[in-house]
Design a protein around this ligand. Sequence first.
Ligand code: FAD
Length: 243
Amino acid sequence: MDYSARLVRSSSAATGTLFVEFEVVTPGFSFQPGQASLFSFPPEFPLGDKSRIFSLCSAPSEIPRLSIATRLTPGSAFKEALSKIQPGQPFLIEEATGEFLLPGGETPGTLVFLAGGIGITPFRSMIRELRHRKDSRFRILLMTVNRTGDETPFLSECQEWMRAGRLTWIPVLTREDLPPGVSRQERIEEGLSRVLKEAGENSLLYLAGPPGMVDTFHQTLLGQFLVEEPRIKSDMFFGYLSR
Ligand SMILES: Cc1cc2nc3c(=O)[nH]c(=O)nc-3n(C[C@H](O)[C@H](O)[C@H](O)COP(=O)(O)OP(=O)(O)OC[C@H]3O[C@@H](n4cnc5c(N)ncnc54)[C@H](O)[C@@H]3O)c2cc1C
């Protein structure tokens, strides 16, 4: 089923990252943190390719407000249109789907969230919802990987979560402050090593972002750090594959 929505406002979540807020007009829309929906311009909108899948980066408790964030990839007619439209623009949103969800049950534990760039979106939804519910079951270690601080989506929100406690944020920058001779991969390994040491052996590892980044995290965790596969859950943002 399609739900009608309208754009409320858009702003910047970082250099090159667009943050868009919608209001769902059709009653009954619901989702779980970590899920994604297909967002479409209406049939009459003058654009060939009208739809894209986005993870919802707001929390379910914020409904009827919904938000998404996206990397502005040059050459994407969809994103160019998205960045130019005005408040009030109608949109269609499909039922949210996906199994990239927080653990069920009451058991407390440590969760490691590894966000490759724009991959922070499902984690933002999870963190905002846990904070809203004052649910402190999980200790969270959030590692974000971006080229520079300016390109880190939701940087000030990450800082705020860190100050509020129960969350440790490890920002890894792969282009800024990189000493000569240190590679991007080494930076990522350094970050992973720190996170894994702090998280302990029973933690669950959640990986999200463009497939190339998720793949790098996955291979490094299995190959370098000998993490067992069942501890890992991945959310690949397919569609970024072509880049
Ligand atoms: C579960 C999930 C969650 C996602 N969450 C986010 C998010 O939070 N933020 C974000 O920026 N991106 C997210 N994506 C990726 C998003 O759907 C786009 O693919 C991506 O942003 C690139 O869009 P583009 O307009 O630059 O693609 P372009 O490079 O312009 O598209 C090139 C071609 O690929 C096709 N295409 C685009 N996306 C997809 C797709 N997902 N599957 C199959 N074909 C596709 C297009 O129709 C087009 O023909 C997610 C994808 C998935 C599957």
